[in-house]
Design a protein around this ligand. Structure first.
Ligand SMILES: [Zn+2]
Length: 701
């Protein structure tokens, strides 16, 4: 009987297919017919996205209509589960489009994004404001305590209800219309801000023609600049850009103070050049829209709105949190400034340290105090070593193994694909690694999914497809890509996010895929701790030529250097976090002077002139979208968690303590569907986090 039904179904599909001929050619229209269900990148054409989005939206609307049209009274299954599973095709096309657009965009994809963004936001508004749907969800929410739901089911009911309430479903109709318009405006404004920033990033090049301009630069930095010149039509010259792997080494090593100032000024002024890509007015517009939206929903401001869903609960808790570390950090930064000024004076430089000098003298200080420079370290940290180190760590803690799968289609020839196996040898996930910068790749490093782990309707596990994207130093000549210590650490960081994605285990999309923002950096940041532990370094940090493990004295220097420049690092970071919070708690209007606001905010903190917030307002890409708006603080918040959590391993006397690793996997990495924030943490750790390990780890104590 079941077989017969299936035949009928597929016949039905064929009939539909004949009527609409183009559909089978568009790979998004069916489940991906690929190994492990990965996206068929080799068959996806840019022109597939738009029709796929259109169809996916239509299908999801039909799913929602079916929930509403159900004549049965609302139940957990026919309403909550049905809603949670709606839009299967959309969850196929959206992550692929988003992933490729971040890692490998082109003008056509940008154009499609402009078309799709308002479509998607109109679509989600339509659902958010669907009163009949909300009424059914509310009915379940109101009777949830008498429905005999388990913990995971209870949480999904509450989360979904709360999503609607926070989006204004309970508002009167006229207000709902207003909110819809606001949402659309906000997403277009965010998009424009990001596009301006991309244009500003690409719009500046420091082109050097004379060898004298290269004074002080290491050979590897010079050849990378020559490669960049060749790629950008300046053959025979040297080009430095506003990408971090380009401008940071230039600032660290160039003896040309004038040129250092030139490139750094260009970097910090992105979006603030009063040209067609200026972001100041647009940013103010976004701040006003966000405030309007928050007020309509009953929150005082956007920070209240955002943080109420986080582990921190409210903005004041975040301000208080930074209060505890700002002064110690600033004191350390001032001491660093003095040490650098001493070098300048000793060299009879005859000038005061300025912000564009910081990296150069920090590098000298590093060499002087720790007798270590990046070039001494880099040969031990090839890209391959970073990968092996991460894989080894995952094996020691969780028993995972990895195998390269060259047959898996990728979206760019540089991307590598791996299959991940669980402790028992079963398939756990697919992992893509995309390591180097390209035009069309967003700056920075991130981890995402092309498919989240979940269960199908029959309860079969669907394995996640995960991606790590970075902008790391390229191989130069016949040398492998040799990473800076910072890049190596970032590798482990992103790999921590990947582990979180491998393990996330829940039956409902809403709860298994979402983690509070101030918790989500715990799995990534804790891995950075292992990256610098001698026990692991000896296994993965092998010289790329001799194969010899990193010597003890270098490890010692590396770990001393871990505390180096931490005053600066913490101060520039906290300054940006406070700037973000100030923008999202303070009312502004179109006449607000963005730069004056920024200055007042920093003056209140007592920020010193030699340090600029890590991101200035017009180029603060993290807060243009909703992801980290009023939430840039989350990295340090999670820093307290990760330092405390790692201390548990260290204090147990076994860095790879299996009992702790099992708990960490269960409560922190896999258990988001069941426990959240502090509850998850306390389940793992047995107590709330303590701030001490963080202060010590950050060199602030
Ligand atoms: Zn992260």
């Amino acid at each position: 009987m079941k077989k017969f039904f299936l035949v009928l179904l597929s016949l039905g599909f064929m009939l539909t297919a004949c009527q609409q001929e183009q559909k089978p050619e568009n790979p998004f229209f069916t489940e991906f017919n690929t190994p492990y269900g990965v996206p068929p990148f080799d068959q996806i054409d840019d022109e597939h996205y738009l029709p796929a989005f259109e169809e996916a939206i239509t299908q999801r609307e039909a799913d929602i209509d079916a929930i509403v049209a159900n004549t049965e009274p609302p139940t957990f299954e026919n309403t909550i589960v049905a809603y949670d599973r709606s839009g299967e095709m959309l969850s196929r096309v959206s992550p692929v489009f988003g992933g490729v657009r971040g890692a490998n965009t082109n003008p056509r994809l940008q154009e499609i994004a402009r078309e799709v963004t308002p479509m998607l936001s109109a679509h989600s508004n339509k659902i958010r404001f669907n009163q009949e749907l909300f009424a059914r969800i509310k009915a379940i929410y109101d009777q949830r305590k008498s429905l005999d739901l388990n913990n995971e089911q209870m949480r999904v009911v509450e989360k979904i209800y709360n999503d609607f309430a926070r989006n204004g479903a309970a508002l009167p109709e006229a207000k709902r219309e207003e909110l819809k318009a606001l949402n659309e405006k906000m997403s277009m404004t965010s998009l424009q801000l990001s596009e301006n920033l991309l244009a500003e990033n690409n719009g500046f090049k420091l082109v050097l023609e004379n060898e004298a301009d290269l004074a002080g630069l290491p050979e590897a930095v010079i050849s990378a600049a020559a490669d960049e010149a060749a790629k950008s039509g300046h053959e025979g010259k040297w080009v430095f850009t506003l990408a971090k792997p380009s401008w940071i080494p230039f600032l660290q090593f160039s003896e040309r103070r004038d040129l250092r100032e030139k490139i750094y000024t260009a970097y910090i002024n992105r979006g603030d050049n009063n040209n067609e890509h200026d972001n100041k007015a647009l940013f103010l517009e976004l701040m006003q829209l966000r405030r309007q939206m928050s007020e309509m929903l009953g929150y005082e401001n956007y920070a209240e709105y955002f943080i109420s869903e986080q582990m921190a609960e409210n903005p004041q808790n975040v301000y208080d949190f930074f209060d505890q570390i700002w002064e110690p950090a600033l004191d350390v930064a001032k001491a660093e400034r003095q040490q650098m000024q001493d070098i300048i004076d000793r060299e009879k430089g005859g000038f005061d340290l300025e912000m564009s000098d910081w990296w150069y003298y920090a590098e000298k200080l590093r060499a002087e105090k720790y007798n270590m420079d990046e070039d001494e370290i880099k040969p031990y940290f090839s890209l391959e070593n970073a990968r092996n180190g991460s894989f080894t760590l995952a094996n020691k803690l969780f028993g995972l193994t990895f195998e390269e799968r060259p047959e898996i289609p990728v979206y760019h020839e540089e991307v590598e694909a791996f299959e991940v196996f669980d402790k028992d040898g079963s398939h756990l996930a697919i992992l893509y690694i995309d390591a180097h910068p390209r035009p069309g790749k967003r700056g920075g490093a991130w981890c995402g999914t092309y498919r989240s782990g979940s269960y199908d309707a029959d309860g079969n596990k669907i394995a996640p497809v995960v991606t790590m994207v970075m902008n790391f130093t390229r191989p130069v000549g016949d040398k492998p890509a040799l990473l800076s210590w910072d890049e190596n650490t970032t590798y482990f960081h992103e790999f921590g996010h990947a582990l979180h994605n491998f393990f996330a285990d829940g039956h409902y999309n809403r709860t298994s895929r979402s983690v509070p923002r101030d918790f989500v950096e715990l799995p990534s940041q804790i891995l950075e701790n292992w990256a610098s532990e001698p026990a692991l370094l000896k296994e993965y940090a092998l010289h790329y030529e001799t194969g010899k493990p990193i010597p003890d004295e270098l490890i010692e220097k590396l770990n001393n250097a871990g505390n180096f420049n931490q005053g600066f690092a913490n101060v520039e970071y906290i300054a940006a976090s406070i700037l973000d919070l100030d923008w999202h708690t303070t009312p502004v209007d179109a006449d607000t002077d963005v730069n004056a606001f920024e200055k007042a905010s920093m003056d209140r903190l007592g920020l010193i002139d030699e340090i600029v917030p890590r991101y200035r307002t017009p180029n603060f890409g993290h807060i243009f979208g909703s992801g980290y708006a009023a939430g840039y603080y989350v990295y340090r918040w999670a820093g307290v968690l990760d330092a405390d959590a790692f201390y548990a391993f260290k204090n147990s006397g076994d860095l790879f303590n299996q009992e702790l690793a099992d708990k960490f996997r269960k409560y922190v990495l896999a258990g988001n569907a069941h426990w959240e924030g502090m509850e998850a943490y306390v389940n793992f750790r047995g107590q709330e986090p303590d701030i001490e390990p963080f202060l010590i780890q950050s060199g602030l104590k």
